[in-house]
Design a protein around this ligand. Sequence first.
Ligand code: PEP
Ligand code: MN
Length: 247
Amino acid sequence: MKTMGLVAGPCSAESREQMLETARGLKEIGVGTLRAGLWKPRSRCGTFEGVGEEGLDWMREVQQELGLRVMTEVALPCHVEAVLKAGLDMIWIGARTTVNPFMMHELAEALRGCELPVWVKNPVCPDVELWIGAVERLHQAGLKDVRIIHRGFCTVDSSPYRNAPLWELAERFHTHFPELPFYCDPSHIGGKRELLASICAKAISLHADGLFIESHCCPQKALSDAAQQLTPPALAELLNTLNVSIE
Ligand code: PEP
Ligand code: MN
């Protein structure tokens, strides 16, 4: 049995009840770190764009009442400020932000001197240099604990995936920063539950340090990324199939 890191949680924080129910389910299966998006980078106007700062209270409740570490996505300096003030444990920078050197510079400056772990997703486009540059900007701002998430890339033909994994690009990046913890996000690569097992198996065969997976107490009611989320019991079953135990 392989031991791996695991971060899991809903694509979006939607309500206090949804957060607590999901967090309880995840705690029950041994998850120690919960992810949930508060500010959602949606492609189209008029779709659910996240609950914003209101959700910070729910994240804190999960942290304090259930003892889980909690993390969310930051895309603007004002998100960083709100997250630091609320005392969340970690943050991640999404694929639509890593793609932009100006935004990475702004975020790195907003984070200068912080000690919290910062996870960096690959950029939406298949450009390893942008991914490397995003990490370099954080290192230049003095951030010591940078971790990596591979979530696949937009390509003209990515079928059957939502975002083509392009494993060789991920490996090239990993070779550049071999010391950084490297996690795979099969949820945004696959875009559908049925593909998760095979993507995870491939990531494990390539020695990923952990998995970053979307899990929702009631996926069919999710306000974003409904087709790719797993209930906590289904996540436990997936880990079992993969012969993986959580670190
Ligand atoms: C997410 O993790 O919910 C998300 C928006 O991810 P990405 O930046 O990989 O699209
Ligand atoms: Mn999502």
